[in-house]
Design a protein around this ligand. Structure first.
Ligand code: FAD
Length: 370
């Protein structure tokens, strides 16, 4: 009988793994800290690439359903100077290979593809340890425990499973997003909506950028990127929305108003999201019966690849387990031998792209796309 797989975390990576295991008849349970699927808004749009995220969806046999989620026209892109001059413009002719979907829709698609009861909501892991018999024991916040022969940490940046394998912890990269939303943008925020166009916008300065996406409906999602130390943000009172908005907008005082409107017209209070990363090429020695995927394994500042890689990790791991029935260690070894170099290649590609776009002005964690 196939080893039951215990997955911690119902993000895109953990759910893709559970789905691929289900297709191969391998039983799995996903333990998720959040109390319910709708407990938290799932964030903005994701572009799902034909070279990683879409491969995972093919392995999950969900490509047809995925196509139904794609938001038409959103692969259009504009890069503007701070005075509004268009530096680069790309229309969406449907051939870009990076269709955009709402993250919440994609997560729901994966949830709907699993047998009822696969995800155990409201199970926040507080610790994990290896037992004398080689299995692993997971302890939840309410004191309950489960013991498992195969434990997968898909629990994101602050993984509670990672310490079984690695002493690495995420560190602040020096960059943060400040996010806000503009609703009914075409009618209520027309200058900002025009600047963004049909897809996404990037406006660049040396240590500050404004990114915006046109999400479903005519909602604009603004990500202001600032290269500042954490104590710079700590001095801003984000509970006072108007004051925080004014403080962030002040950093763009000499930018054109059609761009700063993406900050000052925000319909939601600005939210500070600091970026953390694990050391580059983070890896670990094989420990029987446990591995990591997605951000738990290779957290980086947002570079447009994280969710795609998490899904491909999940798909690859599920397929490796199916290909090595009764031999978990060979499956985990095969998975890690693919995952480690792929992560390193993606980090190197991102660095090369940043260098070609921004030259020596690129800080270490420069964003190319949220
Ligand atoms: C602002 C922003 C924009 C981004 N944009 C993009 C993009 O456009 N494209 C892209 O590819 N990537 C993007 N990323 C990166 C992407 O979000 C992550 O890489 C991706 O979500 C990683 O997936 P995951 O499944 O590994 O982890 P997560 O999505 O973090 O999922 C982990 C899950 O584990 C649960 N969990 C955490 N701790 C515990 C615990 N102790 N016990 C039980 N459950 C737990 C969490 O609640 C969560 O459901 C962006 C990131 C940010 C911050």
């Amino acid at each position: 009988m196939a080893t039951h797989v215990t997955i911690i975390g119902a993000g895109l990576g953990g759910l893709t793994l559970a789905r691929v295991l289900h297709l191969h008849g391998i039983p799995a349970t996903v333990y998720e800290a959040e109390p319910a699927p709708s407990a938290r808004a799932q964030g903005g749009m994701l572009d799902i690439h034909d070279y990683n995220g879409q491969l995972a969806l093919q392995a999950a046999d969900l490509m047809d359903e995925f196509r139904g989620l794609i938001l038409d026209g959103r692969q259009a892109m504009r890069i503007l100077d701070r005075d509004g001059t268009v530096l680069f413009e790309k229309v969406d002719d449907g051939t870009g290979g990076r269709p955009e979907v709402q993250r919440g829709d994609l997560r729901q698609l994966l949830l709907d593809s699993l047998p009822a009861g696969t995800v155990r909501w409201g199970h926040q892991v507080s610790a994990a340890r290896t037992l004398d018999d080689g299995r692993h024991e997971v302890t939840f916040a309410d004191g309950d425990t489960v013991r498992t022969g195969l434990l997968i940490g898909a629990d994101g940046a602050w993984s509670r499973i990672r310490p079984l394998l690695s002493a690495a912890t995420p560190e602040y990269t020096g960059t943060s997003f400040v996010e806000t939303y503009l609703f009914q943008a075409d009618t209520r925020h027309s200058a900002a909506a025009k600047a963004v166009g049909g897809g996404s916008l990037m406006a660049v300065g040396p240590d500050r950028e404004i990114h915006a996406h046109r999400e479903s409906g005519d909602t604009l999602h603004t990500y202001v990127l600032l290269t500042r130390p954490l104590d710079w943000f700590a001095a801003i009172d984000f509970t006072d929305a108007a004051a925080a908005t004014a403080r962030i907008a002040q950093e763009f005082h000499d930018w054109t108003p059609e761009l700063t409107a993406l900050i000052t017209d925000g319909d939601t209070a600005p939210v500070h999201r600091p970026h953390y990363a694990l050391p580059e090429e983070h890896r670990w020695d094989r420990l029987p019966g446990v591995t990591l995927l997605g951000d738990a394994a290779h957290l980086t500042a947002p570079n447009g690849e994280g969710a795609n890689l998490a899904m491909l990790d999940g798909a690859d791991l599920g397929q490796a387990l199916a290909a090595h029935p009764g031999d978990v260690e060979s499956a985990l070894t095969a998975y890690e031998q693919t995952m480690f170099p792929r992560t390193a290649d993606t980090e190197a590609d991102t660095a090369r792209l940043q260098q070609s776009l921004f030259g020596d002005e690129a800080p270490p964690a420069r964003q190319t796309r949220p």
